[in-house]
Design a protein around this ligand. Structure first.
Ligand SMILES: Nc1ncnc2c1ncn2[C@@H]1O[C@H](COP(=O)(O)OP(=O)(O)O)[C@@H](O)[C@H]1O
Ligand SMILES: [Mg+2]
Length: 360
């Protein structure tokens, strides 16, 4: 639904060039909620602003719903007619809401419809529907200053939906909100995604947002996307920084001649008593060194760091058992010089073999 190819953005300011986007290939599928996460300055806002041509990319292409936006004339407020039409089908929600304080809630929602030339009556009907949808049916005549942050963002969302977009872009929409309000706004985005089939591309610096609402995610660093995939794919990718950030596990081995593994549970495996089966089947004592369990997009997932007695070679069969249960298993390499890490151990869970093994 949204594809960027080799997208770059270089800002020229004060005689200096600053590369904010450095060859970004993004692919957001129709109907998914896709999160781009990264630290401040990573280029997230530049990316989202290039997707709807608020900023014109320096090079590369942006396709939204099959249309090449980079081929259309203009940018920002000087967009040509075709670009304006295309942009009206892309809703945008901002961190600081960007509501007009002199207009009522209803008039704020009607604004994009005025620009599109809808009649007064059609605008009023549509705005009423949208305000109902975001839970603000009774606030139509209020002014933004009379609303809480969460309510303002709901107005922002209603306004973004006015053009009946297929795509909603959200730049840190919940970053100015407290955790409880964040949750309710994310729930609203989720329900819009489900009920309207809206594709959502959201930008955030908060891992919790990704965990709560996203189907897929990408990690952005210094203008580049360094990892991307569905949350399941990321969880199944050994050494994924995103997976580790979503489910941080830690824990030190208790001594030499121990095997430490990180086990990732998702899908069915999350609800089965796999660890106790392992213990009973092989009659071994298992220590749990660390664990992180959570619900991601409505499903239980988690990671557990466990320790088995004996060196890696002695645990090939139990580890095979875990993989047969559909679990992702990564060996935690002991510190160099640790005698427990035998010569025949696998080469530190190098990506591909692990993934293939896990898929068996
Ligand atoms: N209009 C601009 N002019 C010059 N530099 C900019 C402009 N907008 C963003 N930048 C720079 O581009 C980099 C990426 O910024 P941004 O896309 O806002 O990142 P993020 O949203 O991830 O914090 C930063 O170094 C920022 O200072
Ligand atoms: Mg930003």
């Amino acid at each position: 639904m949204i594809t960027t190819q080799d997208l770059t953005k270089v800002y020229r300011s004060g005689g200096r060039d600053l590369t904010a986007l450095d060859g970004v290939d993004l692919h957001v599928r129709e109907g998914e909620v896709f999160g781009v996460i990264g630290q401040s300055g990573a280029g997230k806002s530049s990316l989202i602003r290039c997707v709807n041509m608020l900023e014109r990319p320096t090079s590369g292409t942006v396709l939204v719903d099959g249309q090449d936006l980079t081929a259309l004339q203009g940018r920002g407020s000087r967009a040509g007619r075709e670009l304006r039409a295309a942009r009206s089908r892309i809703g945008m929600v901002f961190q600081h809401f960007n509501l007009l304080s002199s207009r009522t809630v209803r008039d704020n929602v009607e604004l994009p419809l005025e620009i599109l030339g809808h009649s007064r009556r059609a605008r009023a009907t549509k705005a009423g529907e949208l305000l109902e949808r975001v839970g603000l049916g009774d606030k139509a005549n209020a002014y933004p200053a009379q609303l809480s942050g969460g309510q303002k963002q709901r107005v922002g969302i209603a306004r973004a939906l006015a053009g009946e977009p297929k795509v909603l872009l959200s730049d840190e929409a919940t970053s100015a909100l407290d955790p409880e309000t964040t949750r309710s706004v994310l729930e609203l985005l989720r329900s819009l995604n489900r009920e309207l089939g809206l594709t959502v591309l959201l930008i955030t610096h908060e891992m919790d947002v990704v965990k709560t609402v996203c189907d897929s995610a990408a990690l952005m660093e210094k203008g580049r996307i360094t990892e991307s995939g569905t949350l399941d794919e990321l969880l199944a990718t050994p050494h994924s920084a995103l997976a580790a950030a979503l489910f941080p596990v830690s824990g030190e081995r208790s001594g030499p001649a121990r095997t430490v593994i990180d086990v990732t549970f998702h899908g069915d495996s999350a609800s089965r008593p796999v660890i106790s089966q392992l213990s009973r089947t092989y009659n071994i004592d298992i220590s749990i060194l660390g664990a992180a369990m959570d619900t991601v997009a409505g499903r239980q997932v988690g990671r557990m760091r466990i320790e088995l007695p004996g060196r890696y070679e002695e645990n090939v069969v139990p580890i095979g058992f875990l993989r047969e249960q559909g679990l992702q298993v990564e060996t935690v390499r002991p510190e160099a010089g640790d005698a427990s890490f035998g010569k025949s151990a696998p080469p530190a869970t190098s990506g591909k073999t692990e993934k293939q093994e896990a898929g068996r």
